[in-house]
Design a protein around this ligand. Structure first.
Ligand code: AMP
Ligand code: ZN
Length: 180
């Protein structure tokens, strides 16, 4: 028995238990409204251009909008029809983002990709998302690129494939798995 428990005589302990239980139940009841409030007060960064575009404070060529995302045309596209899916909440990058928002972004990417293909008659499409300057990220607010591709369009997204060793790959896979 801990020191503070020894201070409480049985009837007081019961009352204490009741108070805690009441507090817990009232908290449980408040959780749904707390969630809605939090959703309304989404994190926005004042100096972020994509926060302003996502909110609608800066105009954009908008393809789609809901409470979580805005899909716009890139102002300096790799090709005609290059679109960006922006989250309304500010996340610097994928590491900051929760899985539920990620699921919404990728779910919408499927229908937007099909619509871009229909309109532009593109022959292919790259879906990419840059995190960190070294990876080519220039705007530090999460966004997913949908880049329609055409034969000989001179858009480059290539790398020199490196060789692998099966055991090293297994060990690496295990290490990453542990981080999930
Ligand atoms: P990233 O290099 O992955 O950060 O991509 C940033 C993208 O945002 C680039 O393709 C830019 O052309 C695009 N971009 C920057 N400013 C705007 C803007 N005001 N409206 C639409 N797209 C923009
Ligand atoms: Zn932002």
């Amino acid at each position: 028995m801990r020191a503070w428990e020894a201070q409480i005589i049985p009837t007081e302990a019961l009352q204490y238990k009741k108070i805690v239980l009441r507090w817990y139940l009232s908290l449980k009841r408040r959780i749904p409204s707390y969630y809605i409030e939090r959703k309304e007060k989404i994190m926005i960064k004042d100096d972020c251009i994509f926060c302003k575009i996502a909110k609608g404070d800066i105009p954009s060529a908008t393809i789609y909008e809901d409470s979580d995302i805005r899909v716009i045309l890139d102002v300096a596209p790799a090709n005609r029809g290059h679109a960006l899916i922006l989250t309304k909440e500010h996340f610097d990058n994928i590491y900051e983002m929760d899985e539920a928002t990620g699921a919404k972004v990728f779910a919408k990417a499927t229908s937007v990709a099909k619509a871009i293909k229909t309109v532009t008659n593109c022959e292919g499409m790259n879906v990419l998302q840059n995190n960190g300057e070294v990876a080519g990220q220039t705007v530090h607010h999460f966004h997913l690129h949908l880049v329609p591709r055409f034969k000989d369009d001179e858009v480059n997204m290539s790398w020199n494939p490196k060789t692998t060793v099966a055991e090293e790959q297994q060990a690496l896979a295990e290490a990453i798995k542990k981080g999930l």
